[in-house]
Design a protein around this ligand. Structure first.
Ligand code: MN
Length: 276
């Protein structure tokens, strides 16, 4: 039996805004946690004030990685320069591979009520950075789930209890939404060497003698099996795990490459209209 992974750190998200003034909580991609290989960014947007989200994320480019949107509540429309378009509703996922370059917009499809979702950026290794763009539109009914008396696990990517996730990924990553009853135990084997982070959006998750509270991210050590125990009122959390790519990361706004020269090339190609 392998040793349990302990929590290395628990960090708070940082309120900010992005797109056309959308209020959000940046959890990864902050001064406190720049990135956790292969995850470059994690944002939570959760607001029942339309003024904080209706302007959405109008046309903008990406190159060199994947953007993954997961809607807990509300609808989001994606449209890109490769000709892909789709609307996901409550519980759906958009897994978008920018690869060599894409211009897309991500716009809320509602003008009232709660909009609650997440955007995760997954890096790509050099060998895949210039791959053809791809878009996977996965509606909520197509996301495999494991439901027990204590746990409800939605598998956006990866494998939990023998059930394969919905998304095809270019790099070994796992992405799950876990809803746990009070005191439920969530155990999951993750290969040694992979990074693991857990964002709690509701209740609490306890790991050994440490607690991850709402709007906090727990970062685990790189080996051992994962075991978390839900708090008094249960817990809701996102689990993200992935194999570190281990290459240099050069980031500039919507472009993530390996070198500064590649970033400059990305800007030149975008300005020359070479994206998709
Ligand atoms: Mn985007």
């Amino acid at each position: 039996m392998s040793q349990k992974r302990s929590l290395l750190a628990v960090v708070d998200g940082m309120p900010t805004s992005d797109g056309a003034g959308v209020s959000l909580l940046r959890v990864v991609g902050t001064p406190q946690i720049d990135y956790l290989d292969p995850f470059l960014m994690l944002d939570e947007f959760k607001n029942d004030d339309p003024g904080a989200y209706v302007a959405g994320f109008p046309e903008h480019p990406h190159r060199g990685f994947e953007t993954v949107s997961y809607m807990k509540q509300g609808a989001m429309k994606h449209r890109d320069s490769a000709g892909n378009e789709g609307i996901i509703h409550d519980g759906g996922v958009q897994w978008m591979t920018a690869g060599r370059g894409i211009i897309h917009s991500e716009m809320p499809q509602q003008t009232e009520g709660l909009l609650w979702g997440y955007q995760l950026w997954v890096n790509l290794p050099a060998a895949h950075k210039m791959t053809a763009p791809r878009y996977q539109d996965i509606q909520t009914d197509d996301i495999p789930e494991v439901i027990t008396d204590e746990l409800h696990v939605r598998i956006m990517a990866g494998n939990y209890a023998g059930v394969e996730g919905a998304s095809q990924t270019l790099w070994p990553v796992e992405y799950m939404d876990i809803m746990a009853k009070p005191h439920a135990v969530m155990a999951h084997d993750i290969p040694d060497g992979h990074n693991v982070m857990v964002f709690v959006y509701d209740g609490e998750m306890t790991v050994g003698d440490k607690v991850i509270r709402p709007h906090q991210l727990g970062i685990f050590e790189q080996s051992g099996s994962l075991e978390m125990v839900a708090g008094e009122t249960g817990a809701g959390c996102l689990l993200m795990a992935g194999k570190p790519i281990g290459e240099p990361v050069a980031k500039m706004g919507p472009f993530v490459m390996n070198t500064e020269a590649e970033l400059r090339q990305a800007v030149m190609d975008f300005r020359a209209g070479k994206f998709a």
